[in-house]
Design a protein around this ligand. Structure first.
Ligand code: ZN
Length: 104
């Protein structure tokens, strides 16, 4: 999976221009892979901060857990957050994440 470096929208393979922000994709963005999903965006933001301190660029994607069950519009069900990191930093990121989860 690839993301626009400008707006972090998901990109289709080999597009020259982002379909969301219409900015040109100059170089091929790195292949992004998902690491361990997190139970909330809050956790994801915490992990993102730590990863970025280590120089690992990352993107958070959230998916409503209730979408298939006809949510009544409240956010009580919450969302699942998945963090994407460049493929070549995946192992390092997983390790950092696991260390963090031990302390939560
Ligand atoms: Zn974009």
């Amino acid at each position: 999976m690839r993301f626009c470096p400008h707006c972090h929208s998901q990109l289709l393979t080999d597009v020259k221009r982002c379909s969301n922000c219409d900015k040109e994709i100059l170089s091929s963005p790195p292949q992004m892979v998902a690491i361990h999903p997190l139970p909330s965006k809050l956790y994801a933001e915490m992990v993102k901060e730590v990863l970025e301190k280590r120089g690992i660029p990352c993107v958070i994607k959230t998916d409503p857990l209730s979408s298939a069950f006809g949510s009544d519009g409240t956010s009580a069900v919450g969302t699942q957050a998945t963090i994407y990191v460049p493929e070549d930093r995946q192992e390092e990121s997983e390790e950092i994440l696991h260390q963090m989860l031990d302390h939560i």
